[in-house]
Write a protein that binds this ligand. Structure first.
Ligand SMILES: C[S@@+](CC[C@H](N)C(=O)[O-])C[C@H]1O[C@@H](n2cnc3c(N)ncnc32)[C@H](O)[C@@H]1O
Length: 335
């Protein structure tokens, strides 16, 4: 329950134009201070001061990753109807066509597009080299074995690989599914994936052009969704997990494989990474909000045997499951 004081501090915090604009922007998605500075057209110290006031009122939360500070609308796993109502009201500002809010929204979209273009350019440039590059970061064969193991024994009908790249996950799971599909936005990566699948004799999987944030798939169609080595490139990793959850069958599973938090800033500049790994707590929060259960977490510590970054990067595999479904719930309540 909110006290008079905390309610007043919330209203004081949002009762200012720039701070309202910041809240409206963060309601669209997580942003760094420098992205906010560019979108708002204000100095960094000024934006930081506004952000501090919003953070003190528990309206936004921040987390530092290397040289970047990320901000997002505050929100634990528990629902907070008052905060959600406030954020919904702020998100609706500008629906009447307010010029300033509309311009902020346009700049937000441009900032996201610039980020996506930067990553796309990286993959376009490195598509042919990807099989070599993915081994530079990590000893891939160990990780692949663990990813297949965590999926458990037995076969499934539909396997979906998001950000399939060269189609490697489709290849290593090929004997476990009846029908496989890998989505990617990079035509360069897709043509390599098609070639690799053909070479490997995998005829029951397809590499298709598609955006993992809005998949051309029905709700509840997939048994297993794999997201390997993709989320750290994305501006909205949680939205990717939400979309993966949407296409899961009841009882279906998502296998996420990515890095634990690290401080290798050069991966941003040289390899288009946006996020420097993910903490278990963050993945757990995504799961809770997407109505998934985090079933298992596996940690693959660096062996020191790899080259360069591989010596320092810890890989995590998270297994997330969708609720078993209406049928089972009905059976239980009838019992
Ligand atoms: C690191 S690469 C490939 C990783 C691949 N899963 C593997 O195991 O090697 C990440 C891939 O994600 C793709 N990607 C990035 N954003 C995407 C999006 N919004 N929709 C679909 N694919 C995306 C990139 O084009 C790239 O091929």
């Amino acid at each position: 329950m909110s006290s008079l004081d905390s309610t007043l501090s919330v209203f004081r915090a949002v009762g200012e134009e720039t701070r309202l604009r910041i809240m409206a922007l963060l309601a669209r998605g997580e942003l760094t201070v420098s992205e906010l500075t560019q979108i708002l057209g204000q100095s960094q110290p000024r934006v930081s001061r506004h952000l501090k006031i919003l953070a003190d009122a528990a309206l936004v939360e921040r987390h530092r990753e290397g040289a970047w500070m990320f901000y997002r609308i505050a929100g634990g796993a528990e629902a907070d109807p008052a905060r959600d109502a406030l954020v919904a009201a702020i998100s609706a500002i500008g629906e009447d066509g307010d010029r300033i809010v509309a311009r902020d929204a346009e700049r937000f979209a441009q900032s996201r597009q610039a980020r996506a273009d930067q990553a796309a350019a990286y993959f376009q440039e490195n598509a042919a080299e990807w099989s070599r590059l993915r081994n530079l970061h990590l000893p891939e064969s160990d990780i692949e074995r663990q990813i297949v193991d965590i999926a458990g024994k037995g076969s499934v009908d539909v396997f979906v690989d998001l950000g399939t790249g060269t189609g490697r996950m489709l290849e290593i799971f090929a004997d476990r599914f009846t029908q496989g599909v890998g989505y990617d936005l990079s035509h360069e990566m897709l043509s390599i994936a098609r070639n690799n699948l053909e070479q490997a004799g995998v005829t029951h999987a397809q590499a298709r052009h598609g955006d993992l944030f809005s998949l051309p798939m029905e709700n509840g169609a997939a048994d297993i969704v794999c997201i390997h080595h993709v989320l750290h490139y994305l501006a909205e990793p949680e939205a990717a997990v939400r979309e993966a959850a949407r296409i899961l069958k009841p009882g279906g599973r998502i296998i996420i494989s990515d890095f634990a938090p690290h401080d290798l800033e050069f991966l941003r500049e040289e390899h288009a990474h946006r996020r420097l790994g993910f903490a278990d707590a963050e993945v757990k929060q995504w799961c809770a909000r997407a109505n998934l259960r985090l079933e298992r977490t596996q940690t693959l510590s660096p062996t020191g045997a790899g080259k360069g970054a591989a010596k320092k990067l810890t890989v995590k595999i998270w297994l997330c499951a969708a609720p078993a479904g209406v049928k089972r719930l009905r059976a239980r309540s009838a019992a």
